[in-house]
Write a protein that binds this ligand. Structure first.
Ligand code: CA
Length: 226
């Protein structure tokens, strides 16, 4: 995996702990180099700090997600404050997960593992049940979503969330019920991440966004159209 982080202490801690877990870790302290390395190495996962010299993490993420050859690489953004998550989301950069600083190393490692497990599962068994509701078509085999005739790009996590909800129309899920199938069985991941991904999903779905309904005080459901 690739870690892009300009604070030396944090970089060392991350490198050490991830290596202890058996991962091969490449490190970059500069944003531009980070982007170059990600394109060259095609790592299994990128851990991306936001404030970086050269190029910030938001730009790097956007770059990688816009490029067909790097789009599938899972990205965890490391944000300086929890509130930055909203800023990053507002920019629609398409990261797969977010973790605020300061973080506990154990929590970060757990997130890394969960994200890797999910991306491996997807590559091994892409389910092939196509879902078609109104103007929306979800095709897991091709990892493709068509909304009103136009293809929409989703991150792996957003895609999983949409597919999961759409596979069970009419059923209401609490945030914690969505964590397991969508974000992974990692109890440390907060419910708030689900809201972050739902907001991003709705934004991208445009005219089809009303298919995802908020059930106040409970959670979310995919509209039952039959
Ligand atoms: Ca930084």
């Amino acid at each position: 995996m690739l870690v892009v982080e300009d604070e030396e202490d944090i970089l060392e801690v991350l490198q050490y702990n991830l290596q202890q877990e058996g991962y091969e870790v490449a490190c970059c302290m500069d944003g531009l180099q980070g982007l170059e390395q990600a394109k060259k190495l095609k790592p299994d996962l990128v851990l991306l700090d936001i404030m970086l010299p050269g190029m910030d993490g938001v730009e790097i993420c956007r770059n990688l997600k816009e490029d067909d050859s790097t789009r599938r690489i899972p990205i965890i953004m490391v944000t300086a404050k929890g509130e930055e998550i909203d800023v990053v989301l507002g920019l629609g950069v398409g990261a797969d997960d977010y973790i605020p600083k300061p973080f506990k190393v154990r929590e970060l490692v757990a997130r890394v593992k969960a994200l890797l497990r999910r991306s491996n599962l997807e590559q091994e068994n892409p389910s092939d049940n196509r879902i078609s509701v109104g103007d929306l078509v979800i095709d897991p085999a091709r990892h493709e979503v068509i909304c009103s005739g136009k293809p929409v790009e989703f991150t792996a996590t957003e895609f999983r969330l949409l597919h999961y909800l759409a596979s069970h129309p009419g059923r209401v899920y609490s945030r914690s019920q969505l964590l397991d199938p969508v974000v992974g069985d990692d109890a440390l991941v907060s419910n708030r991440n689900i809201d972050v991904h739902i907001r991003s999903l709705r934004k991208k779905l445009c005219s089809c966004s009303e298919l995802i309904e908020t059930i106040r005080g409970v959670g979310y459901r995919f509209k039952e159209t039959r």
